[in-house]
Write a protein that binds this ligand. Structure first.
Ligand SMILES: [Zn+2]
Ligand SMILES: [Zn+2]
Length: 261
């Protein structure tokens, strides 16, 4: 007896279902990598496949104690006045990290934002690690490097602010807006070091609300301020931010926290 077409289809359907169930039993979790969208099976701290996880250039050994660079640093030696205590970054800015940040910055990928924010936690831990050596305590606050209105309009968000918010969620440390960019500057990455320094003068100013609220807090507590940015290049942006804050709040400790460097 010949099976009808419908019966064959039903058998096929049943067989496909059986196969996918068996597959599901063999690998109980099929996860999607946030960075490359490949499927993977082992759950880890970050939602990444084996290859992407292995390719992250974590900064594990700090060479320059001031900026957290993993190798010899001349930028810090050349800086005349430093207004921040130190900077720590989570990863080296490798071509792959550049790619991840570009995708996040230009597409505003939410999953990527969570990923980069989680990675920033490593920079925070590097800070805590260097602190344990001297045991300093304080009242912690997180803030971020502001972008100009023009850039914010173009992109729709400030990546430094979003990373700061993610870090705040993960650590429970309050995130407060402190600075604003009072002047728009062209892309810093295309400039020489000298041009950058000159160009950044007077770019940042404290927000009126922060000017009102912070002095009292600083007078009562030993405030540690974490200034979050996506990428640390020479430290001139962080130094200018710290200078603008120090101009209003003498003695407040400012620490840089960047995702990459
Ligand atoms: Zn991947
Ligand atoms: Zn350095």
């Amino acid at each position: 007896m010949k099976a009808s077409k419908g019966a064959v289809n039903r058998i096929n359907q049943w067989f496909t279902q059986l196969l996918s169930t068996a597959e599901g039993l063999l690998s109980p979790q099929t996860l999607t990598c946030t960075a490359c969208s490949n499927k993977y099976g082992t759950q880890r701290e970050l939602p990444l496949c084996d290859a992407c996880w292995a390719a992250i250039p974590w900064i594990l050994q700090v060479h320059c104690r001031s900026c957290g660079r993993p190798e010899v640093c001349t930028d810090c030696q050349r800086r005349r006045e430093t207004y921040f205590v130190r900077n720590r970054s989570a990863v080296s800015y490798s071509p792959l990290m550049k790619e991840w940040l570009a995708v996040y910055k230009y597409r505003g990928h939410e999953k990527l934002r969570e990923l980069l924010g989680s990675m920033l936690l490593h920079a925070y831990h590097l800070h805590r690690k260097s602190e344990a050596e001297v045991t300093v305590s304080g009242f912690e606050l997180i803030t971020y490097v502001p972008v100009s209105h023009k850039r914010q309009m173009e992109r729709g968000f400030n990546q430094a602010q979003q990373l700061a918010d993610e870090l705040g969620r993960k650590t429970g440390i309050p995130v407060v807006p402190i600075l604003e960019r009072v002047r728009h500057t062209d892309k810093q990455s295309f400039k020489t070091r000298g041009d950058r320094l000159e160009d950044l003068q007077g770019v940042f100013a404290m927000l009126p609300a922060a000017k009102q609220a912070l002095p009292e807090l600083v007078s009562q507590k030993n405030v540690k301020l974490y200034m979050v940015d996506d990428v640390y290049t020479t430290g001139s942006t962080l130094n200018e931010c710290a200078r603008a804050i120090q101009a209003e709040l003498k003695g407040v400790e400012i620490y840089g926290l960047s995702w990459a460097r």
